[in-house]
Write a protein that binds this ligand. Sequence first.
Ligand SMILES: [Zn+2]
Ligand SMILES: [Zn+2]
Length: 393
Amino acid sequence: MPRFSVKSVVAVLLIVVVGGAFFFCEYLIYFPAIFRCAWPKLSHAWGGEGMDGQPVDSPVHAMVLSDTHLLGAVGGHWFDKLRREWQMERAFQTALWLLKPEIVFILGDIFDEGKWSSQKHWEDDVRRFHRMFRHSPDTELVVLVGNHDIGFHYEMDWFKLQRFEKVFNASSTRIVTTKGVNFLLVNSVALHGDGCPICQSVEKELIKLSRDLNCSFQSSQSNSEGTENCEGSQTYPPTAPIMLQHYPLYRVSDASCTGQDAAPPEERHLLFREKYDVLSKEASQRLLQWFKPRLILSGHTHSGCEVLHDNKYPEISVPSFSWRNRNNPSFILASVSPSSYTLSKCFMPEESTVIGVYCSAGACLLLLLLAHCLWMKGLMQLSLCLLGKHKSL
Ligand SMILES: [Zn+2]
Ligand SMILES: [Zn+2]
C-alpha cells in the first residue's frame, strides 16, 4: 500500500476544493441552467398552423437577448470587464451548443461606451464582441442599435451610426426574413421626430418598409385593389412582422410589470421619460399604425415586463443579459411560424449562487487549513512531550 504524507493529502484536498469550485462556477454551472430550457412548442391554441392550414412543422427558433453592455476603456474596471464578459461568453456559447438557435437577436446596447469611444477602443470592443459571440455559420447573429452604441439622440451622429452599421454589415433599420417570418428591426434611437437628418433617413426607410409590407399583403390577396401604388416595391411574405427595437414603446412606468425579473419594487413606479426611457407616444403610435406588429420585443430597461398596447399589440421587455445589470440575466426563446409564435424565458445562474459556492469553498479551505495546523500543533506537542519524558529519564 502506498503511504501518503499528510502534506500531500492536504494539497490534494486543497486542489479539489479550489479547482472544483472554480470549474463548477466558471464552466459547469451554465449547463444545468440552460439544459432546463427548451424551445416552446407551437400549440394549436396559439394557431399553430401555417397560412395554408397545414401544421407548422419547422418554426424559426430565435434566441433574443439584450443590453450586453461590453464595458469600455474609460468607465470599465478591468476585473469587472473580465468577469462579466467571461460570464456572458460562457452562457452564450453553452446556449448555442445546447439549444442551437437558427437566429440570434441582440436588442442593442451591445457596447457600453460606443457613444464616446475612440477608434482604437471601439476596435478593441468590437474584437472582444466577436470573440464572445462567435457562432457557426448555421446560426445567424443579428444586432440592433442602442443608445449606448451610438449615443442618445442628442449625442448620435452619422459617424457613430455608420461605424456601428459597418461592423455588423447591415442597416440599422431593415427587415430580416427567415422561413416566411418577417422580423422588422427598428433604429429606435432615431425616432425623436424632430426632423434631424438621421431621424429623417430612418423614417423614410420605415415608410418604405411599411409600404413594401402592405403591398406584399395586397398582392397576396385575390383582389388587387390598391396595388397600382406598389410598383417597384420589394416583396415580403404577407405576414405581420415581429418588431424588434432597443427602446420600448411608450408606457407610463413599470408599475404593472410582474415576474421574478421585473424592476425592483422601489423603481417600478418611477415615471418613464419619453425619448429617454421609452419612445415618445407619437413615435409609438406611428410604428403601431405603420406595421401592426404581432409582437414587439425591446430592451433598454434591463428588466422584464409584458405590456399589451391598444389591447392588441403585445410587447415583451427583454432584460439585460449582463450580470453587471442583474443577479438573474435571461434570454427569450421564440418559436415563430409565419402565423403564430410562442415564447419562453431561459434564466441564467444567479450571481448570488456563484458567490455562495465560492464562499463555501473558502470556508472549507479555512477549515482544512485550521485542521491541518491543529493537527501539526498536536503532533509538535506530542513530540515535545515525548522529548521531555526522554530527557527526564
Ligand atoms: Zn442598456
Ligand atoms: Zn439603452
